[in-house]
Write a protein that binds this ligand. Structure first.
Ligand SMILES: [Zn+2]
Length: 431
């Protein structure tokens, strides 16, 4: 063993909620694994990484990402998306199956692993619930699970058929993989592009009411409860949804939920203020101020289990158009940690431990992937975060292929500065 495979991350504030650690100490890495945290100082024959004044976290885990490969390699590829990930401190991503063709068969799952093996971060495929994401016929869930799918979702679309979802939940119980649901009542949402409320009323825009999301969540929680199955709710955005999920959790229903970074920070007022910039268009839409407040409280009380980006790259030629015709979605991998730190941690809404829980520990557990911890013997997937670094979001510098961010020009405090995956350094802006 030489210094190339032996590292010490020296003197950083190590935060690892999985092990109840929050202290200034050293992290020893050998052969791509965490050898130990703290203990007798031994810096000989090791590459030293000076983390004084910095935060050292288990690499972030983003369980809701669109990598666009295959089919839309002009928007993103597994390679470009994974480079964006490590620049944001993200070391594992779970990618959604709404590619072209979709990830709805075992060879496609293997294709993602194959391409992912050459990527900068770990890439785990989520497979489709229904064949072709059409909501009609169940995918071959057993085959997909054997091929390595880490979960199932028709994300981008709701599972409209209650019977199809019932069957999917029964299979998911047998194979113990999560069903991840995009919740949307298409009858209420079709052709509508922003949240229905005060802002849409003033702007005279046709809009989507919160009940389009909350109503579907209610049905799906009832189904999960009836079948004693687990269900995971994607990108929760409305206060009504939070209330339903909180009540269900209190009753012991096996429901988990995620919130996307943009829903925790932006509102429907920002859509109007932007002059209906298509970079503020996503699905579910940005909600009202009181929704954001309820969502933030849900991070604190545990109703929301994980923060995701819903990273959804679109090239400028698709997004540079009128709000009403632009595709839904924004990129997020290169800004998520900074935004959550600056807007939620520095403002005292959540503490650093909770941030790491929501962005690393819990998402890894939800998907049952080997990540989200600095335990001895764990993969050396680590990020270093500089809490003092000031920077300005400049999408022209993104490593990802697309530029569709609503946070362009934002001045943020706190930034991922160093990322290691499997004992290899893939991003270094430490000095
Ligand atoms: Zn979705």
């Amino acid at each position: 063993m030489d210094s190339e495979t032996k590292f010490v991350i020296k003197g950083g504030r190590v935060v690892d909620p999985a092990n109840g650690i929050d202290e200034i100490t050293d992290v020893y890495i050998e052969d791509g694994m965490i050898a130990r945290i703290g203990g007798k100082k031994n810096y000989q024959d090791r590459t030293l990484i000076d983390a004084a004044g910095k935060l050292v976290f288990p690499g972030l885990v983003d369980i809701h990402v669109h990598l666009r490969e295959p089919g839309r390699e002009d928007a993103e590829t597994i390679e470009s998306g994974s480079l964006a990930a490590v620049r944001g401190g993200v070391t594992s991503v779970c990618c959604m199956p709404n590619t072209h063709p979709p990830i709805d068969n075992a060879p496609m799952v293997r294709f993602i692993y194959d391409r992912g093996s050459e990527a900068y971060c770990r890439v785990y495929p989520i497979a489709a619930i229904s064949k072709g994401l059409e909501g009609k016929e169940l995918s071959e869930m057993f085959d997909l699970a054997i091929a390595g799918a880490v979960g199932f979702s028709d994300d981008g679309r709701p599972v409209t058929s209650s019977q199809l979802l019932r069957n999917a939940l029964l299979y998911s119980k047998m194979i113990d993989l999560p069903i991840m649901l995009h919740e949307e009542d298409l009858d209420l949402s079709a052709g509508r592009h922003m949240h229905e409320g005060h802002a849409s009323g003033l702007a005279g825009m046709q809009a989507v009411p919160a009940v389009a999301e909350a109503g579907m969540i209610a049905r799906d929680i009832m189904l999960a409860s009836f079948l004693d199955a687990k269900v995971h709710i994607c990108h929760v955005s409305a206060k009504e949804s939070v209330g339903i999920i909180r009540d269900a959790k209190e009753k012991g229903v096996k429901v988990t939920a995620e919130a996307a970074v943009h829903h925790l920070i932006l509102t429907d007022e920002d859509v109007v203020k932007s002059g209906f910039d298509s970079n503020y268009k996503m699905n579910p839409p940005l909600r009202a101020k009181d929704d954001v407040e309820v969502l933030r409280a849900a991070l604190v009380d545990g109703t929301i289990d994980a923060i995701v980006t819903d990273h959804a790259p679109h090239p400028p030629e698709d997004k540079d158009c009128e709000f009403a015709v632009a595709p839904f979605g924004v990129v997020g991998l290169e800004t998520s940690a900074s935004l959550i730190y600056d807007k939620l941690v520095r403002t005292g809404i959540i503490d650093i431990t909770r941030m790491v829980e929501l962005m690393s520990t819990m998402p890894a557990r939800l998907m049952d992937i080997s990540a989200g911890t600095l335990s001895q013997g764990a993969n050396a997937d680590i990020m270093i975060f500089d809490p003092e670094r000031k920077w300005t979001v400049d999408s022209s510098k993104f490593a990802g292929k697309s530029r569709n961010t609503p946070f362009e020009g934002w001045e943020l405090t706190g930034k991922p500065v160093w990322t290691m995956v499997d004992g290899q350094i893939f991003f270094d802006e430490l000095s």
